[in-house]
Design a protein around this ligand. Structure first.
Ligand code: ADP
Ligand code: TRP
Length: 337
């Protein structure tokens, strides 16, 4: 369901839940960076700190995660001239809209939310906030008249629910010719599945991640922990069954990928035995180089937090103006103004 018009307003929210790993980068951040160039001045990215409060109740950790994520986005190339980067909680209009939407949202719709059921079955307390999480997310999207919402597969249902809520609101309150709310579409990222060092999906909850800003010896050590079979050194290897190879592909050119596949299949490189250990060295070097500049910028932002805060504040002011217009339209539609 990819929007095909050039007139897009792009929006995505990112949960501040700790360090960023390769899965987050290739599954989400890389696409966010590309979209700001494809749709300059039409991309809004925010740090979903209110959503994080449904699962994280540690004030210092939340503050740190929010700052680190903002610094990561700026380090990865978010250009504040082209895209907005702000804290969800700096736009109070979103919580106003959440209430308006909640008055037209059926319990049944929320009860069908897979992520709520998953979280509760994993032992999370079933708070009202966790249950109404999709309404807050719908308000995030609808407040800015977003048309394209780049997300991972796990969030698709929430975007569908957003469309349901917007349709219901428009039908309940607004005339069909001038609907108060714009219906968004989701867009899946190109690399929706990055494997972790144990071969399962890379995820913080599996403890199988490779952090993007790890480098040098620590990075080599982590890459060294990628699971492999016990084929002896020098024997042919199947690249398509190797996590190392799959991760390498994400960083390498087609020619480099083909070259590595050749070493795998031959079990040799330049007449010498080639094994998983060698492939891992190549992968670690790729990761290290790929993020070198971003890592340096990240350190600069860590040393100058005010610079990050300024971007967040300036972006929030612009985002608020957009959200205010939507809220006023909605309030008029339902008779509050
Ligand atoms: P985690 O599973 O580590 O908690 P999140 O659920 O916070 O990661 O994911 C944040 C973003 O990164 C989402 O857009 C998600 O789709 C993407 N993402 C996370 N892990 C992966 C992965 N292994 N492959 C591709 N994308 C991923
Ligand atoms: N729920 C999303 C996640 O966990 C984060 C999010 C909050 C979001 N509001 C959003 C994503 C609006 C896209 C649009 O990843």
């Amino acid at each position: 369901m990819t929007g095909d018009s050039k007139n897009q307003r792009v929006l995505s929210g990112i949960q501040p839940s700790g360090l960023i790993h390769l899965g987050n980068y290739f599954g989400a951040i890389q696409q966010h960076m590309e979209l700001q160039h494809e749709f300059p001045n039409e991309c809004l990215y925010f740090i979903a700190d209110y959503h994080a409060l449904t699962t994280l109740h540690d004030a210092d950790a939340l503050r740190k995660h929010v700052f680190d994520l903002a610094a990561t986005y700026l380090a990865m190339g978010l250009d504040p001239q082209k895209a907005l980067l702000f804290r969800q909680s700096d736009v109070p209009e979103v919580t106003e809209l959440t209430w308006l939407l909640s008055t037209v949202t059926g319990m049944g719709l929320l009860e069908r939310a897979v992520s709520y059921k998953d979280k509760v079955s994993q032992g999370l307390r079933a708070s009202v906030g966790l249950f109404t999480y999709p309404i807050l997310m719908a308000a995030d999207i609808l407040a800015y008249d977003s048309t394209m919402v780049p997300v991972g597969k796990d969030q698709v249902q929430h975007v569908e629910m957003t469309r349901d809520m917007a349709t219901r609101f428009n039908e309940t309150f607004a005339s069909k010719r001038t609907p108060a709310l714009t219906l968004p579409r989701y867009r899946l990222s190109k690399a929706p599945y990055v494997p972790g060092i144990d071969g399962r999906k890379m995820s913080k909850s599996y403890g199988n991640t490779i952090w993007v800003f790890r480098s040098g010896k620590q990075l080599r050590k982590r890459v060294g922990q990628i699971v492999t079979d016990s084929t002896p050194l020098g024997q042919p290897l199947d690249p398509d069954k190797s996590v190392t190879f799959e991760l390498y592909k994400l960083f390498a050119s087609e020619a480099e990928t083909a070259e590595l596949a050749g070493y795998f299949r031959a079990g040799q490189r330049d007449g010498r035995p080639f094994g998983y250990g060698h492939a891992k060295q190549l992968l670690a070097a790729k990761i290290d180089t790929h993020f070198a500049e971003a890592r340096a910028r990240y350190q600069q932002f860590q040393a100058d937090p005010q610079q990050v805060e300024d971007v967040l504040q300036r972006s929030a002011a612009k985002a608020r103006a957009l959200a205010r217009a939507t809220i006023d339209r909605c309030k008029r539609a339902c008779g509050l103004q």
